[in-house]
Design a protein around this ligand. Structure first.
Ligand code: GRF
Length: 197
């Protein structure tokens, strides 16, 4: 299989992880390229980031297409996608996409899964829960995507210390910064067959 992958990013909101990958690709830190961005949310800043970088980007939801699943599959085929990275994508992935891209769909999550994953565990909710539970550590997980939220095989985890003066917001910032490094690192490792999908 070729080293540089054609990546599709699915994102529902800000797209800072998308930016991290675009930057790494431009700087030739990785050989892979973001070839497609899909969002369910018309207002996602991830779409603006894609547009600024001339990356094909689409809003796919039940208002924009008749059949979300087949519209997505068509785009994945059209752009010859090898790898899908979910970066803040808040929808479940349909079965047909899971089947076609078996073991080629990854998600990045801002906690040490299996802790603080699953329904309702997104955004600041995660960091609120970590602080409430007085966890000594939190971190980032990258995992394979299956039919349940945040429950596929974990590929990489990195932890950071939670300090006594951390707030949910400060933790969110620290974890996001760590995510930007890890998402690029994972792609490098996939390219070099250190991580085997
Ligand atoms: C990240 O914290 C990611 O782990 C989670 O959603 C957030 C997306 O951030 N799944 P961004 O849109 O990449 O800035």
């Amino acid at each position: 299989m070729k080293k540089g992958k054609n990546i599709a990013i699915f994102a529902s909101h800000n797209g800072s992880n998308l930016n991290a990958i675009i930057h790494a690709s431009k700087q030739k830190v990785i050989d892979s390229t973001v070839c497609l961005v899909i969002s369910n949310n018309h207002d996602a800043l991830a779409l603006v980031k894609a547009q600024k970088n001339n990356i094909p980007n689409y809003v796919i939801n039940s208002k924009t297409v008749d059949n979300v699943e087949s519209a997505m599959l068509n785009l994945l085929v059209k752009y010859d996608i090898d790898l899908i990275f979910l970066a803040g994508y808040l929808k479940k992935i349909d079965d047909s996409i899971l089947k076609k891209y078996n073991n080629c769909i990854l998600n990045i999550h801002p906690s040490l899964l299996p802790k603080y994953g699953g329904k309702g565990m997104y955004g600041i909710n995660i960091h609120n829960a970590v602080i409430d539970a007085k966890e000594p550590y939190t971190g980032v997980s990258v995992h394979m995507v299956n039919e349940e939220y945040d429950s596929g095989k974990i590929i990489v985890q990195k932890q950071i210390k939670v300090s006594t003066d951390d707030t949910p917001q400060s933790l969110q910032e620290k974890v996001l910064e760590l995510e930007h490094m890890i998402i690029v690192d994972v792609l490098k490792k996939i390219e070099n067959n250190i991580i085997l999908l």
